[in-house]
Design a protein. Structure first.
Lengths: 456, 631
């Protein structure tokens, strides 16, 4: 059987692109293009570069599964590359040039089936069950994590386990003279771990943007120039629609590349307060979309006064705490004084991001693109973000874990009994454990034995 | 040399300790003709180690045993010297009752109960053989050392530390059971002949010292509670049992200059450090030499001095178990303030014994390969009276249910500490004597000692261990709790001056509008009694009901969260795995998983996931397998 390749996706909704190669030539192919090929051995993940024709294509993680211990039962090589369809497509093309052929729909599954391996559809049917014992899932997914991130999580979680073990010793051996943890001790601990988790979380926004792109909604009253702007952005570099699961294609009207950054532009109905029932539904849908986007481009037609209705809508958007760039369109058509009036109107309360453009005449568009890049790639451009969370599941778990620590902190402040507080801390540690696939109860019990001298 | 007894039994229990007594009482109370055999009648329900019942998580076990209809709690209530509720400031899930027990009285009271039990015969005899059918698939009888053969449908082995018991004191080794009783030397061989693999575990106990040789003034007094709590739900309102003088315990400390130095200087004479003891000892119950070696930076260790009974001067030296030579022990004990003139009435010793690999049991505690053969207690690799009693009760129940052709009673990890205990032993197995701890229970907020009856009474009633009368009383209590919770939820508390002055006196904020009583009760400072005070209408409920109402309302949010976790847990527990699955035939499972699953034959996906060495991908393969076979 020939060696096949395709852009696959990781289980779940991770935004990393994976190029999967299956067949007897998998290893030969990767050996031609991977900088770190000498290190490759089965079931390990190695970091390196994809180099083709002397050119550095991307920094990637490569894993190799030797037949028959792989998904298809054949030799499999998986290249985890950065998000953005360009890179993945580039690498896929290189892989095809090196001797693989493009896999047909469902061909990996078919091979897995033929080789007596698990059937994907059935695996998917049961995934919910597996998820219900979520740390199982995590153990599988843990391989997706960068070493640094994992180290951080292990270290934060280890601190939590220390505290939990200490609480458990206080609880299980109440009459022994181990220092009873005071609320102050616990508060200090909580404060430290909360800060560390917060820092991790902030890296996610960045990481997500790099892998999945910026979700953008273009809003404005009808005929303000939304479609012109969209066309303008799109015509220049219309991106290939990705197959990445989780980017809800049905609502993305365009995916646009600006330099390293991908913009996923969401389709929205014109927003204005309406009495028409059908239109209302469209508008509600637009506001729903605001829950998914990172950035709103709000287009203002200088020919129309910003009336109460529009102000209402704007404050609704602002209240959501989203990043907004105000675009005053048709800059070529109106007098400067009009723009000043509008600027005053917009900047009434605080300084806003405002750009004058002409969507039709392609004026101000470059400035817009640069602003967006600066907004979202600041740290990345400064190259400070080695330790980013890229997986949205990881992010959710960290967020939940953080929430639990906040809860614990509040409980301490309210003098809730220590055992209750330990439930919140334990839940927090359990959630982190799901990222790295560790079982909290075993860990705490072990730590109790290791650290404390107890018994009759 | 042997004869066939004219007596035939449904259940034969080997051993008369805490596991054996519960097993025998449970099966006889369930109407089974039951016999209990023990080597020495005077050691029935003996406490060869600490003279106390309960403590953290162990107290929970006692409450659960009681809720199911077991005896331990009632017997402890009758014979306590001191009662103490531990952890009262740390949250309701970890409140734990511990009683110092009168060791002799505990034995006497339990013996009376056993003697008076219907359907139960008790014999002083060493069982040397178990007898199975021709294929070694089914138990059919037991044989005593004297040669009497008793036919039986089931056997519960609850031999504690007696199997090939070996006492070690320094360089001295001798065959013995605990407390100087004869060991069981032959039964091990019979078990091995029937294909049962045995291992060696070790445990130890400190010295007993005459109180007249102590200077109590040099120690801190440890008193019991003024408001005495009891174990048994049936004694909730029993004031007679509460009205009893309590006996004090004492606290002293080891010291670095003397105690620790003596130990370190003599380490080469410790059989553990010289390698003479092969058995695996418990980490959580280290000897004093372990503590000193492993935790060198700890300058002193607490030593509790506990009475063995009101009619004896023997005191138990908790915290100082040892297997050092006797002459070293004397120096060690005498280095403690107050014990300078100590004489050892009984020296500390370590004891090694045979036990089985508990993963060879099913969750009903029946041995996988021999039908009708049950194991309970220390022989399963656990330690502790309460852990033993809990297993004994469950083994006795399940042996009876087996004879009655009924489904086994299996408690899962979300239902009881007993469930956690047995699942840990059977599913995960243990490499050292296993002790219950609150941290082993994932759902400890649900597994509280106060609600053990709410969790388990009905199960006890359904199998016939809880009497109609007791059950009706329980139903009444349950109804009162439910009604009162409902009432408190709907009760309005008005922002009157009285209310606000009560709130102020509790150190919490005043209210300026009408509050539901349940909302106020959720404030940490506010107790049920305060609500009654604010409302001005005392509904006069029993104390236990009030406590339960307060806990359930106060911690509602936490309890709800735990219930959600339990629901998640149950999903995988409810994906059942047939005992007929041949795992070695399932493609995709790792080799290790195939072997372990074939050996352990888990009953559910959840149980399979807890077996060590079973990976998540093995579990997904199993799930797929189940789905395929459904079609």
């Amino acid at each position: 059987m020939s060696t096949i390749a395709a852009i696959g996706t990781a289980t779940g909704s991770s935004g990393i692109n994976i190029i999967r190669i299956s067949g007897k030539d998998s290893l030969n192919i990767i050996n031609k293009i991977f900088s770190n090929k000498d290190k490759l051995c089965p079931n390990e993940i190695h970091y390196g570069k994809i180099i083709y024709n002397g050119e550095n294509v991307d920094n990637v993680l490569v894993s190799y599964f030797k037949a028959p211990n792989s998904f298809t039962g054949e030799d499999i090589v998986e290249i985890n590359c950065h998000g953005g369809t360009y890179i993945a497509k580039n690498i896929l093309e290189i892989v095809l040039k090196c001797g693989a052929r493009l896999a047909g729909p469902g061909e990996f599954t078919k091979r897995a089936f033929l080789n007596g391996k698990m059937d994907l559809s059935e695996a998917e049917a049961t995934i919910d069950l597996i998820n219900s014992k979520t740390n199982l899932e995590a153990r599988i997914a843990s391989s997706q994590m960068s070493g640094k991130l994992k180290d951080d999580i292990v270290s934060i979680r280890s601190k939590m386990i220390d505290i939990l073990a200490h609480i458990d010793v206080n609880v299980d051996y109440p009459e022994y003279d181990y220092e009873q943890l005071s609320n102050d001790n616990i508060s200090i601990f909580l404060e430290e771990e909360i800060n560390r988790l917060k820092k991790l979380l902030s890296s996610y926004e960045e990481g997500k943007v790099i892998k999945e792109g910026v979700n953008v909604a273009i809003l404005g009253r009808p005929n303000a120039g939304k479609s012109s702007l969209l066309n303008n952005l799109a015509q220049e570099d219309r991106a290939i629609v990705t197959d990445i699961e989780g980017t809800t294609r049905d609502v993305i009207s365009e995916t646009v590349n600006i330099g390293d950054l991908i913009l996923n532009i969401f389709d929205t109905a014109g927003i204005r307060e309406s009495k028409d029932e059908i239109e209302k539904i469209g508008i509600e849908k637009s506001f729903k979309i605001l829950d998914k986007v990172d950035l709103v481009l709000y287009i203002i037609d200088p020919g129309k006064e910003i009336d109460e209705e529009e102000k209402n809508i704007l404050s609704k958007i602002e209240n959501k705490g989203l990043k907004i760039i105000y675009l005053i369109n048709k800059m070529d058509k109106y007098e400067k004084t009009i723009f000043d009036t509008i600027l005053n109107e917009i900047n009434q309360n605080e300084e806003k991001e405002v750009i004058l453009i002409s969507a039709k005449e392609n004026l101000g568009i470059e400035e817009l693109k640069n602003r967006i890049k600066q907004m979202f790639l600041k740290d990345f451009l400064n190259n400070t973000s080695e330790n980013v969370i890229v997986n949205s599941r990881h992010k959710d778990l960290i967020q939940k874990s953080l929430d639990m620590l906040f809860k614990a902190k509040e409980e301490i402040n309210n003098s809730v009994p220590i055992d209750m507080v330990s439930i919140s801390i334990k839940e927090s540690a359990r959630l982190l454990g799901q990222i790295i696939g560790e079982d909290i109860d075993l860990d705490v019990a072990k730590r109790v034995f290791d650290k404390f001298c107890i018994g009759k | 040399m042997s004869y066939e007894s004219s007596e035939e039994y449904d259940v034969v229990v080997i051993g008369g300790g805490h596991a054996g007594c519960e097993a025998a009482l449970a099966s006889s109370r369930m109407g089974m003709r039951t016999a209990m055999f023990l080597i020495n009648m005077d050691t029935l329900a003996n406490m060869p180690c600490n003279p106390s019942i309960g403590g953290t998580s162990k107290g929970h076990l006692v409450k659960e045993i009681d809720a199911l209809g077991g005896q331990m709690g009632k017997n402890a209530d009758k014979t306590f010297l001191q009662s103490k509720m531990l952890n009262t400031s740390k949250g309701p899930a970890v409140y734990s009752l511990r009683m110092q027990s009168d060791r002799k009285m505990y034995h006497i009271e339990m013996k009376k109960t056993v003697e008076n039990a219907k359907n139960l015969d008790v014999y002083q005899a060493e069982i040397t053989d178990i007898i199975t059918d021709g294929n070694n698939k089914k138990i059919i009888g037991v044989k005593t050392k004297i040669g009497a053969i008793y036919k039986t449908k089931t056997v519960v082995i609850a031999t504690g530390t007696y199997l090939k018991g070996m006492v070690i004191i320094g360089e001295v080794f001798y065959e013995s059971g605990p407390d100087g009783v004869f060991p069981a030397k032959q039964l091990s061989d019979s078990l091995k002949e029937h294909g049962i693999f045995l291992r060696r575990f070790k445990t130890g106990t400190p010295a007993r010292i005459n109180i007249h040789n102590m200077d109590l003034n040099k120690m801190e007094v440890q008193k019991g509670d003024t408001n005495i709590s009891l174990f048994s739900f049936e004694n909730e309102e029993n004031e007679v049992l509460r009205d009893r003088p309590q006996i004090d315990c004492y606290l002293t400390y080891t010291n670095e200059e003397n105690t620790h130095k003596i130990i370190l200087d003599n380490l080469d004479r410790s059989p553990i450090y010289s390698g003479k003891i092969k058995g695996i000892g418990p980490r959580y119950c280290p000897s004093i030499e372990d503590k000193v070696v492993r935790f060198r930076d700890k300058l002193r260790h607490q030593i509790f001095i506990e009475p063995l009974g009101k009619d004896t001067s023997e005191m138990y030296i908790q915290g100082m178990s040892s297997s050092m030579p006797e002459e070293v022990q004397i120096q060690m004990y005498r280095s403690l303030p107050g014990l300078e003139k100590a004489k050892l009435m009984r020296p500390a010793y370590a004891i090694e014994y045979d036990c089985i690999d508990s993963t060879m049991l099913n969750l009903n505690l029946e041995y996988k390969d021999i039908e009708g053969l049950f194991f309970a207690g220390q022989v399963n690799g656990s330690s502790g009276y309460e852990e033993a009693a809990a297993q004994g009760l469950m083994a006795g129940i399940n042996a009876a249910l087996k004879v009655q052709n009924k489904d086994p009673l299996i408690l899962d990890r979300s239902e009881a500490y007993i469930g956690v205990l047995i699942d840990d032993l059977v599913t995960k197995g243990t490499n050292e004597p296993y002790r219950m701890m609150t941290s082993r229970a994932e759902y400890r907020l649900h597994l509280r000692q106060d609600n053990a009856d709410l969790r388990l009474r009905e199960k006890g009633y359904n199998i016939g261990l809880v009497s109609e009368e007791v059950y009706n009383k329980f139903l009444d209590k349950k109804e009162k709790i439910e009604k009162e919770i409902e009432r408190i939820r709907n009760l309005n508390i008005y922002p009157t001056t009285e209310t606000n002055s009560i709130l102020a006196s509790l150190g919490t904020n005043p209210i300026d509008k009408v509050y539901k009583a349940s909302e106020l009760l959720k404030r940490n400072e506010v107790k049920y009694e305060n609500i009654i005070e604010m409302d001005g209408n005392d509904v006069n409920l029993p104390k236990a009901v009030k406590e339960e109402v307060e806990i359930q309302i106060k911690y509602e949010g936490y309890i709800k969260l735990q219930k959600e976790q339990i629901d998640e847990f149950k999903k995988l527990e409810e994906r059942k795995l047939s005992q007929d699955i041949i795992y070695s035939d399932i493609k995709g499972l790792s080799l290790e998983a195939r072997q372990k699953l074939d050996k352990q034959k888990p009953t559910s996906i959840g149980q399979a996931s807890r077996i060590s060495g079973i990976s998540p991908s093995d579990i997904s393969v199993l799930l797929i397998y189940l789905n395929q076979n459904k079609k």
